[in-house]
Write a protein that binds this ligand. Sequence first.
Ligand code: 6PG
Length: 260
Amino acid sequence: MTEPIELPDGRGRMLVVADGEALAAAAAERFVVAATAAVASRGRALIALSGGSTPKRMGELLAQPEFAGRVPWTETDLFWGDERWVPLASAESNAGEAMRALLDKVPAPPARLHPVATDLASPVRAAAAYEAELRRVAGTAEGVPVFDLILLGMGDDGHTASLFPGTAALHERDRLVVENFVPKLGADRITFTYPLLAVAGEVLFVVGGAGKADTLARVLEGPPDPEALPAQGVRVEPGTLTWLVDRAAAGSLRSAGERG
Ligand code: 6PG
């Protein structure tokens, strides 16, 4: 892993690892360290997982004894930064995927797992219920709950969580979780909003593969345009914003190239 590279204009810092496997291992390690530190200082950890392919591999690694044995599962509450409007049993479900790859294989108490309730009457209700559930678990009736760690991916169109280019959720300033209709998918999603991401102790983007390289360069080094590149709109204050990327994804970045 490289030394952290500071990015301009509050865009965080970047760590570059060799390949997809190193990326998943570094993300799994970060999960362990964040959970352990939070439990040591407050007796509990609050972590949000993302969907997508990279977290899938991270989950498989976390299920293995060398990682799983170091996670304080009984004190760790898990949420998801976004969800598709499908049943938990669907292959498309982010939470369902994490259950199958990881959470069914480790001693995580079911009461600590908080998937979006996609069996409610509508995505609007599910989003409101998810915000209420988060407030209940975090004990934050007012104000914004502070996650110890929020894992995020980035799509090749620059979306993150289910904050897609040009969609209404990008402009939400009050609610912490919203339904978001995504015209290009013709589908409803449930997603964390910028105000919730902004106060996290740590937001960790995990981005791998050459297919992401050009978008990553625009997000991290291009002119500000969060409407077109929602991942660029994630700002974290006073916590840390880290981009964990592999060499292939970093391939079009000037800042990575300068360091070799
Ligand atoms: C989702 C995700 C989404 C994802 C990115 C990157 O549910 O679609 O949460 O935001 O993280 O699309 O996905 P990959 O890691 O598979 O490229």
